[in-house]
Design a binder for this molecule. Sequence first.
Ligand code: ZN
Length: 154
Amino acid sequence: MNTDLEELYQAVILDHSRRPRNFGEIPGAIRVHGDNPSCGDEIDLDVKFGADGAVEDIKFKGQGCAISQASASLMTGKLKGRSRADAGEMMRAFHDLVTGIETDAPRELGDLRLLQGVRKFPQRVKCAMLAWRAFEQAMENGESGASVSTEEPK
Ligand code: ZN
């Protein structure tokens, strides 16, 4: 990757971390707290599913490193309005992207592909995945008050 591109990627990530999209709360939504103790990242993800299971609305609040907050911001933008199946597919594609399983990122991921560079840094993969783990929990559990941590269960 050339330097100009790297700078562009960093600019997009910084922009999302400084001015996160879909930042806030959704009254009455499913809330999942996500915690990445190794870096100090935290997010509260609110998801409202429609009657058909689609992601009707999604917002987050959080604090932590640029990667964790940019990933959450980009993720909420991508998942809003998606069907349950599409959202699950996107979650798997992003996981494969940042863990290096998939080398050719699907186009649907859009700017999320900019986070591909974290695959070289296992600690940063946890930052990038934090919001997605919270979303996974919201899809599986469908209950408010759930929480998820990037630490492996002992
Ligand atoms: Zn982090």
